[in-house]
Design a protein around this ligand. Sequence first.
Ligand code: PMP
Length: 392
Amino acid sequence: MKTNTLSRRQWLKTSTLASGTVALLGSNLSSLIAAPNHANYGSKTFTMPEDELLRNAPPILKARLSSNENPFGPSAKAKKALEEAIDGSFRYPRAYVRDLAEKIASYEGISAAQIVLSAGSGPVLSAAACYFGLTGGSIISADPTYDNIPEDAEGFYQSKWVKIPLTPDYKHDLDAMEKAIDNTTVLVYVCNPNNPTGTVLDSEKLKAFCERVSKRVPVFVDEAYIDYTDNPNATTLIDCVKKGQNVIVARTFSKLYGFAGLRMGYMIAQPDVIDKLAPYLKGARSISATTANAAMAAYQDKEFLKEALEKTEESKQFLYSILKKAGYDYIPSYTNFVLFPIKMDGKRFTDEMMKRGVSVRFWKFNDKDWCRVSIGTMDEMKSFEEAFVQIA
Ligand code: PMP
């Protein structure tokens, strides 16, 4: 199986080229030129970037279910803290950022040298793509998975992306990933839970994998959705870092904490790895004082997290019932999104949903078209149902 994604990189190239040309040619041609090349859509397996999907969005979306955001956040306490930090915002955010890093470090039982904050986890992933990509070695990942690191490393630098198909139950094939390691491998990327399948790995198996593999190459574990799992403390691989293993854990506030627009994330790793990646990170000054103060409040707001999980579960169960009623299968999800096989071309499906005011994403893999729908409010899920039953 080969994944042929119309990558963000290709998309950036297309749109950058387009916008430059648009300025030269004037508005009549602009709509034609700015439209990306859809020739790839006939190919076997790919996904379409959300930016491109949303180009065709109606002015008002009834339900934005394409980015795995948490519509129940941010919490009231986070919003209050955000406001409270405004008066002091003429100062650089150093103290706020340091306090939050120390808070997380003390909760996780790690040293301050083992954590670095960033504006979302995206910059951490980009830093890893840059650092490991520049070595020119190969990066192993599952396929399909969240592809920022291997795709950027391959596209912008000289790295090779080794894609290992998922197991029949749509999980990372850890055995095959381990076997694929050779003397060119510089990084193994694991997304747990996996985006876009919503599956989670057996913690003991993943920990044993990391213990063995990290002696040979670093393992990057992206835990963006871990807060949605039944037991995040048992599922996280921060323990592996604590044991001294060469494991890099990325976390974000963008999902369960509802901070996708506020931007807060962090990386936990060995101090020497943090030192190596730091030059490629934007550092504390890329985080606003307001966001850091709000994140401090959100981090301690267990009541909000519990409620958001309950509401997510209610909407998810409702989605499952819609799919079952319509005779559709789905992959049981441990996250705030669900992937299910659709019965028509993915691009057509998402276009038809979009016409009805609902944004969802599609994937093509295993010779099937799939829809990934993020979990929204009950109202959004009802809008999903209304649109879905018309085209299902
Ligand atoms: N990792 C995964 C698996 C994701 O799905 C995302 C965003 N959807 C990110 C990282 C990056 O998110 P952010 O930069 O908002 O933390």
